[in-house]
Design a protein around this ligand. Structure first.
Ligand code: XLS
Ligand code: NI
Ligand code: NI
Length: 436
């Protein structure tokens, strides 16, 4: 029985379409810069928001109307929900999905029972993947919802909680492997602190790194070849999350010899919470060869928390795609909609509108970004700005042929610098608007 009987599948109808249940820009098979849109964008639907979020807020109960869900924490309900999820993703036409272990299957009364529950639902997920061709972008473990993780998981003060988390990740890795997952994400749910007076930060970070090494070792041992990622976020739920932004994550990975194993999964709303632009963190990750995947959502400039809204801003999407293309595009990663509909958008149909909007925004952004690269004027202006480094003094400095004494000698002879040139910011901003 269909849970979305009024919807067949979302077609591509082109920019002039007035049909709200059609794509105006996302045409999976259209070639852009030599690659299909499907391969460029690698869209992924998240299980936790789209199928598990009740749309509650701190002031009120959930509003989500999900007729297929009986609200129970039974394995039967979980299996049924999994079938509905695949009907939705298939009709939408997204090639990937992502989940936490506890999104798909209920926690049991013991770890053994919980693992059995997960195996039972994973069986359904596998059947549905085979039926539809939809693939698992990445798996992950929820190490933050259960009260046992009140002090964190891999950074907990309680060694038993650490051990439980290890067992949970071991199982999540096995399931991810079984489902052919392309990757595995660590978002540090409660890996951070509320108060430094009761926190041994050095010890917690050492233990977190040890945990990640153990995860990578185990994954390789069982034959998992997917990409690992960590996902920066500065706060929420803790006051300070250790993986606070791309630069902090890279420093951590370098310090603990993990750069070969993990890339970054950058989420728009997290980056803005950290006080940066998405372009900033993508550059930080990209220039360190660690740009792995994107959690595509957006925050609200007037609200200081992780509102996880669907992305609809074409300027932002074009910027993201421009930077992604600059660094070679997505390979193992994807454009994962870590986003939820608003509490007032409680009907199943709203899930379609939300995803169609997000996919079209990024497809549109991709076309704009590809045009910007093909035209090349932005790149030319950037290169122009650094031309003093392409020969003469700049080239000699970059070839390490100078030291402070030789540079002083040169400036004493010259007296002062050659005049600076304009940065042309306004001209560049005007130019960008020409492509939109
Ligand atoms: C929470 C995170 C989370 C991760 C997966 O803010 O975005 O949803 O993406 O654990
Ligand atoms: Ni988030
Ligand atoms: Ni996320």
């Amino acid at each position: 029985m269909s849970s979305f009987p009024e919807i067949k599948s979302i077609p591509y109808e082109g920019p002039d379409s007035k049909n709200p249940l059609a794509f105006r820009h996302y045409d999976a098979s259209e070639l852009v810069a030599g690659r299909t849109m499907k391969d460029h964008l690698r869209f992924s639907v998240v299980y936790w928001h789209t199928f598990r979020n009740p749309l509650s807020d701190p002031f009120g109960a959930g509003t989500a109307m999900r007729p297929w869900d009986d609200g129970s924490e039974s394995v039967e309900n979980a299996c049924k929900r999994a079938r509905v999820a695949f009907e939705f993703i298939e009709k939408l036409g997204a090639p990937f999905y992502a989940f936490h272990d506890r999104d798909v299957a209920p926690e049991g009364n013991s770890l053994a029972e919980t693992n059995r529950n997960l195996d039972a639902v994973a069986k359904v997920l596998k059947e549905e993947q085979e039926r539809t061709g939809i693939q698992l972008l990445w798996g992950t473990a929820n190490l933050f919802s259960h009260p046992r993780y009140m002090h964190g998981a891999a950074t907990s003060c309680n060694a038993d909680a650490y051990a439980f988390a290890a067992a949970q990740v071991k199982k999540a890795l096995e399931v991810t492997l079984e489902l052919g997952g392309h990757g595995y994400v660590f978002w540090g749910g409660r890996e951070g602190y509320q108060n430094l007076w009761n926190t041994d930060m050095k010890r917690e970070l050492d233990n977190l790194a040890r945990f990640l090494h153990m995860a990578v070792d185990y994954a390789r041992k069982i034959g998992f070849e997917g990409q690992f990622y960590i996902e920066p976020k500065p706060k929420e739920p803790t006051k300070h999350q250790y993986d606070s932004d791309a630069a902090a994550c890279l420093n951590f990975l370098r310090q603990y010899d993990l750069m070969d194993h993990l890339k970054l999964n950058i989420e728009t709303n997290h980056v803005t919470l950290a006080g940066h632009t998405m372009q900033h963190d993508l550059e930080v990750a990209g220039s360190a060869n660690a740009l792995g995947s994107i959690d595509a959502n957006t925050g609200d400039a007037l609200l200081g928390w992780d509102t996880d809204q669907f992305p609809t801003n074409i300027y932002l999407a074009s910027t993201v795609m421009y930077t992604l293309l600059k660094y070679g595009g997505l390979t193992t990663g994807g454009m994962n909609f870590d986003a939820k509909v608003r509490r007032e958008s409680f009907e199943p149909l709203d899930l379609f509108y939300a995803h169609i909007g997000g996919m079209d925004t990024f497809a549109h952004g991709l076309k704009i970004a590809a045009a910007m690269h093909a035209d090349g004027r932005l790149e030319t202006m950037l290169q122009e700005r650094y031309r003093s480094w392409n020969g003469g003094l700049g080239e000699a400095i970059e070839n390490n042929q100078h030291d402070f004494a030789s540079l002083e000698k040169r400036m004493l002879e010259q007296g002062d610098i050659t005049p600076n040139q304009s940065g042309r910011q306004e001209l560049i901003e005007n130019l960008i608007n020409q492509y939109l």
